[in-house]
Design a protein around this ligand. Structure first.
Ligand code: FUL
Length: 507
């Protein structure tokens, strides 16, 4: 049965709290992003544990970025393929006007806070002059084999104040050692180069693809060892997707789940120690595509509960790599806006791919789409119509909810009116977008809410939702009213919100 906090009195809360503190609290007295569970735990106990799990500092930093960018660039850019076989001649790699600063600037101007370059894709072609293979740009005509794309991107990121990440494909269709234990050492050597030669690295992105290599064999990836090496060399980096810090949302469409929990059950399998007390846990093996992953009834389905937030990746074009034939198929600002609402606005981080072309530039088509998108979002979120509102009910002072700071929150008071806060707008306002944020440094709590407006002497529903998490955005049919209210119908702990916003989007 759900713990429905609405209408429950404080005493009951306290008793529940005390009961839980004796059985379970000891295991997470220091709030952690990972708690081991067992089969004897009740659903209530699991819910309480889940609600007290918090992101690691790396995960919190990453979540607050909201917008990140992918740069798919490599030998495929010149062959027109999406998945090279690892046999294309390095001489094909020859951008005529490569300007990594232009890539990073285009991203930054669109609000993107961190970019990830495909240092190595499945074809095995390396965008830096690695010692681990001859299959790299050092054997290309570009800059007479003296160039280094990874360095150019890293330098541009540093100059423009944008985070920097590397995509290193575990699947390598070129390396002769792929399919043998020696390949795990090659990965360690490649990671070591990437994580020691280019300054700070903020995200390491591993794809899950595991196909055959040149000798027809598949590789058994030694992820644990690779994770430990990353933790050692760049402890502030998040390890994404086939990694323990960031989870793939489950689609490549840019649309996340309507109900998105950052705490999910995981199979802990074996754990290794990297030698410094830091445990490196393996990612879950379960299906990441399920319609909901962390609901109450699902919490028992793992060996542990873990803060494991969703990254929503999608390309601005149909393909991940640049193809001239897709120039007219760049997503429109309007569609990118919808993606924003369905990724960032559904408790995810958007990872938007913008692939440079054969010249080594992001085309005018993509730049124009990014610009249009930014203008649209800025326009929507320019004026928070709640800015002069007066609140009554579960929240009286809404200053902290309107300060644009996701780290200051207001805990809903239980005294009266359940978890309902009424906001008097003082005059009629027209709106169609709702923004809600929880202060996730304290965990994720809200399970169900409804937003209403006052019309003809009664409350009417404008919109409703389930989870909030770091950010929830909802669009709804345009309403004009002078009074609105938010009711939290169900939560895992007493609800606390960090931000609330009401906006009008001109259609
Ligand atoms: C996929 C890869 O196979 C695609 O080529 C692309 O890199 C995408 C981001 O991940 O799984």
């Amino acid at each position: 049965m759900k713990i429905d906090y609405v209408g429950k009195n404080r005493l009951k809360q306290t008793l529940l709290g005390l009961a839980f503190s004796s059985i379970a609290f000891s295991s997470y007295a220091q709030q952690k992003n990972f708690v081991t569970i067992n089969a004897s735990m009740s659903e209530q106990e699991l819910v309480h544990i889940a609600a007290n799990i918090v992101p690691s500092p790396q995960q919190l930093r990453w979540q607050r970025l909201e917008l990140t960018g992918f740069l798919h660039f490599g030998i495929n850019t010149f062959t027109g393929r999406e998945w090279g076989e690892g046999k294309d001649d390095p001489k094909l790699f020859n951008p005529t006007e490569l300007d990594a600063r232009q890539w990073v600037k285009a991203c930054k101007d669109a609000g993107i806070k961190q970019v990830i370059i495909t240092a190595k894709h499945h074809d095995g072609f390396c965008l830096w002059p690695t010692k681990t293979t001859e299959y790299s740009l050092k054997n290309s005509p570009w800059k007479d084999g003296k160039g280094d794309v990874v360095k150019e991107v890293a330098d541009a990121c540093r100059e423009l104040g944008v985070g920097f990440g590397v995509y290193v494909s575990p699947w390598d269709r070129n390396h002769a050692s792929y399919g043998t234990e020696a390949y795990n050492d090659v990965m360690i050597a490649q990671l070591t180069e990437l994580l020691t030669q280019y300054g700070q690295v903020d995200e390491v992105w591993f794809d899950g693809a595991n196909g055959e290599g040149p000798n027809g064999k598949k590789q058994v990836y030694d992820f644990e060892r690779w994770y430990a090496q990353i933790r050692k060399l760049q402890p502030q980096a998040v390890i994404a997707v086939s990694g323990p810090d960031v989870r793939w949302v489950g689609t490549e469409t840019g649309h996340g789940r309507e109900e998105e929990w950052s705490v999910v059950p995981v199979g802990k399998k074996k754990k290794t120690d990297d030698g410094s007390q830091t445990k490196v846990d393996t990612p879950p093996t379960g299906d990441m595509r399920g319609s909901v992953l962390g609901s109450r009834s699902q919490l028992k389905d793992g060996d542990a509960l873990k803060w494991y937030p969703a990254e929503t990746d999608v390309s601005i074009r149909p393909g991940w790599f640049y193809h001239e034939s897709e120039d007219e198929k760049v997503k429109t600002p309007e569609y990118l806006k919808e993606i924003y609402f369905h990724s960032v606005g559904r408790n995810g981080v958007l990872l938007l791919n913008i692939p440079p072309d054969k010249r080594g530039l992001i085309t005018d088509y993509d730049v124009a789409a990014l610009k249009g998108w930014k203008v649209k979002l800025d326009e929507i979120f320019k004026v928070n119509l709640l800015k002069n509102a007066k609140a009554t009910g579960a929240v009286k002072k809404i200053k902290n909810l309107l300060d644009g700071n996701d780290a200051t929150d207001v805990v809903f008071s239980m005294k009266k009116n359940g978890n309902s806060v009424e906001m008097n707008l003082k005059e009629e306002k027209t709106f169609n977008v709702l923004l809600l944020q929880e202060n996730i440094s304290k965990g994720q709590r809200v399970e169900k809410f409804v937003f209403e407006y006052w019309e003809n002497g009664q409350w009417k529903k404008a919109t409703e939702g389930t989870t909030i998490g770091f950010k929830r955005l909802l669009e709804f049919p345009t309403v004009t009213a002078s009074k609105v209210r938010l009711r939290i119908l169900s939560a895992r702990l007493q609800p606390a919100l960090a931000e609330i916003g009401l906006y009008f989007e001109k259609k």
